[in-house]
Design a protein around this ligand. Structure first.
Ligand SMILES: Cc1ncc(C[n+]2csc(CCOP(=O)(O)OP(=O)(O)O)c2C)c(N)n1
Ligand SMILES: [Mg+2]
Length: 318
C-alpha cells in the first residue's frame, strides 16, 4: 500500500522531471545547449516509480534516457543543466554535453554506454554489498533494446548464481532507436527470460506509477533482506524521438495518439484528484514551484563559465 504522502511525492517528482525535460527540449531547439538530449517523455511513471523505491546509500545506474530517475534518487537539477550546457563546474567539467553525468555522492553512477553497462557494473556493486555484509541495494535501468546484448544476460546469470541484492529495471518503450519490439525479440515480454535464470520477475504497466512503485519496493525489500535479484519490465512508450534531433517519422501516428491518451502524469493527476490527495490549488502551487526551480537552474547554468581550452585534455584518458 502506498500512503498519501508517498503518492504526493511521486506526483511532485514526476512533474518536476517533466518540467526539467521540457526546459531542456526548449533550450535544445533554440540551439543553446552544447550537446544532444535524450528525453524520457511518457516514461515518467517508470523513471520515478522504480528509483523512488531506493533509500539513501543504495545505488542507481541510469541510462541516457533516465535523467528523471536520477531526480528520484536525489540529484540536484543544477547538475543536469550544468552538464547539458557543458560548463566548467558541471559534473563532467564540460567534457560531455548531455546525459553522461550522475552524482557519486548520492550513489548515482555516471552512465557510460546504455547497452547496458549499468547491469554488470551494478551486479558487481551488489556483490561488494554482499561480501561486506552491507544492507544496500543496487538498481540498474536499461531499455528493452539493450536486453539483446550478451552483457545483459551475463549480469542476470551471475546475480542469480550469487543471489545478489540487485534490482534490474527494463523500460520497454517499444523502440530501440528506430527498431520496433518485433525486430528486437521473439517474445512478448522481456520477463519471459527470467525463468532461465530462476529469477523472480514482474511485468508492470509502465504508465502506472503506483504499480511500478509497488513492484520496485517489493523487489528492493527482497534484495535488502537477502532474497536475491529481481527483473522488472515496465511497458510504456517513448513519446519523442530517440534523441532531440530525431523526428521519429518511423513511429506510426496512431500509436502515439493511443499512448498520448495514456499519459502517465495526466492519468495520475486525475487519480489523486479523485482520491482527494491533490486539489487544483495544490497542483498550481507545485507547477509554480517547479517552474521557478527550473528557470533558476537553467539561468545559473547558462551564465556559468565554459572550461578553458588549455585544459581540454585534463581528466581525459589518452
Ligand atoms: C555499445 C553501443 N552500441 C550502440 C550504441 C548506440 N545506441 C545508443 S542507444 C541505442 C538504442 C537503445 O535502445 P533501448 O535499449 O531500447 O533504449 P531506449 O533508447 O529506447 O531508451 C543504440 C543502438 C551505443 N551507445 N553503445
Ligand atoms: Mg527502447
Amino acid at each position: 500500500m502506498v500512503d498519501d504522502k508517498t503518492k504526493l511525492e511521486l506526483y511532485r517528482l514526476m512533474t518536476l522531471g517533466r518540467a526539467v525535460e521540457d526546459k531542456l527540449f526548449s533550450l535544445y531547439r533554440q540551439g543553446r545547449l552544447l550537446g544532444a538530449i535524450y528525453l524520457g517523455r511518457g516514461q515518467e511513471a517508470t523513471e520515478i516509480g522504480a528509483a523512488a523505491a531506493l533509500k539513501d546509500g543504495d545505488t542507481l545506474a541510469p541510462t541516457h534516457r533516465d535523467l528523471i530517475a536520477q531526480i528520484a534518487h536525489g540529484i540536484d537539477i543544477h547538475r543536469i543543466f550544468m552538464n547539458h550546457f557543458g560548463r566548467a563546474d558541471g559534473p563532467t567539467r564540460g567534457r560531455d554535453g548531455n546525459t553522461h553525468a550522475g552524482d557519486m555522492s548520492k550513489g548515482i553512477l555516471y552512465n557510460i554506454s546504455m547497452l547496458p553497462d549499468g547491469y554488470p557494473v551494478s551486479t558487481g556493486i551488489a556483490l561488494s554489498f554482499k561480501l561486506r555484509k552491507q544492507p544496500q541495494v543496487a538498481m540498474a535501468y536499461c531499455g528493452e533494446g539493450a536486453t539483446s546484448r550478451g552483457d545483459w544476460h551475463e549480469a542476470l546469470n551471475f546475480a542469480s548464481i550469487k543471489q545478489l541484492p540487485v534490482v534490474f529495471i527494463v523500460i520497454n518503450n517499444k523502440f530501440a532507436y528506430s527498431s520496433p519490439n518485433e525486430t528486437e525479440m521473439v517474445i512478448e515480454s522481456v520477463t519471459a527470460r527470467a525463468p532461465g535464470y530462476a529469477m523472480k520477475s514482474a511485468t508492470v504497466d509502465g504508465n502506472d506509477v503506483i504499480a511500478v512503485h509497488e513492484a520496485a519496493t517489493e523487489a528492493v525489500e527482497r534484495a535488502r533482506g537477502g532474497g536475491g535479484p529481481t527483473l522488472i519490465e515496465a511497458k510504456t512508450m517513448r513519446m519523442l524521438g530517440h534523441a532531440g534531433h530525431d523526428p521519429a517519422d518511423y513511429v506510426p501516428e496512431e500509436l502515439l495518439k493511443e499512448w498520448e491518451e495514456k499519459d502517465p502524469i495526466k492519468a495520475y493527476k486525475q487519480r489523486l484528484l479523485d482520491e482527494s490527495v491533490l486539489d487544483e490549488a495544490k497542483i498550481a502551487a507545485i507547477d509554480e514551484e517547479h517552474k521557478a526551480a527550473v528557470e533558476e537552474a537553467a539561468t545559473m547554468a547558462e551564465a556559468a563559465p565554459l572550461p578553458d581550452g588549455s585544459e581540454v585534455s585534463d581528466g581525459v584518458y589518452h
